[in-house]
Ligand binder design. Structure first.
Ligand code: SAH
Length: 223
């Protein structure tokens, strides 16, 4: 498990990441230099259960474990750009999954607290983050729809599972100014929403259409 690179050289992995960023991310309009640098740096193949250095960098979501997925590289990058992360910010992530998106946000310089409902996935995410040499990510097990009040408020909140609506805890646990990025819609299709709070006022914007696995919990779907 977690074989490093299936015989691929370090150089070819760097080249694979470069192609991923150029063709799958920059070509679709992501511009934030900090996001692009982080996507080049984080070793995505270390976050997949059967490390396959070819498919790891493909322009697609990949299955991880327990029916869950690691998001498509573009989606991870676009969400990071929408969040507008600056070094030193605190981020609450709901849905650690493989740990990859948390690793990307931490590489930009955020301090990331990521909640995962499956203990098995949380363990794997922690191991992958460590293996990738990422600091600044803490993974905890729980129902992320309740947030994590003990460490609130957060500068940014990101939900990486499909929500029926914005959980109330997200609003309560966000700092002012702050921002939430969350896919909202049905179980089958969602639109990425950006909620920005400044001086006590909320603004909402919609971005791209997407398809995430369901957010399961008290303020999510029942199963
Ligand atoms: N960010 C991940 C992708 C996550 S897939 C990555 O980069 O790999 C969505 C994850 O959300 C799944 O692992 C799922 O188990 C988790 N999840 C779903 N509902 C949740 C909840 N209420 N609290 C915490 N995690 C949840």
């Amino acid at each position: 498990m977690y074989e490093n690179d299936l015989g691929k050289s370090k150089e070819s992995l760097v080249a694979a990441r470069e192609a991923m960023v150029r063709d799958g991310i920059q070509a679709r309009g992501v511009r934030d230099p900090r996001v692009l640098a982080a996507m080049r740096r984080v070793e995505r193949h270390l976050f997949l259960p059967e490390a396959d250095s070819v498919t790891a960098y493909a322009d697609a979501a990949q299955p991880t474990d327990l029916g869950q997925t690691i998001s498509q590289p573009y989606v991870v990058a676009k969400m990071a750009e929408l969040l507008g992360i600056e070094p030193g910010m605190t981020v609450l992530e709901v849905g650690a999954g493989s740990g990859y998106s948390a690793a990307v946000l931490a590489t930009i310089g955020a301090s990331v607290l990521s909640i995962e409902r499956h203990p098995h996935l949380a363990d794997r995410a922690r191991a992958a983050v460590e293996r990738a040499g990422i600091v600044g990510v803490k993974v905890i097990v729980g129902d992320g729809t309740l947030g994590h009040p003990a460490a609130a408020p957060y500068d940014r909140i990101v939900v990486t599972a499909a929500a029926p609506s914005l959980p109330a805890t997200c609003r309560v646990q966000l700092r002012d100014p702050g921002r939430i990025v969350i896919p909202i819609g049905t179980r089958d299709t969602q639109s990425m929403r950006v909620y920005t709070l400044a001086d006590g006022r909320w603004e909402e914007a919609r971005d791209f259409t997407c398809r995430f696995v369901p957010l399961v919990g008290e303020a999510g779907w029942a199963t």
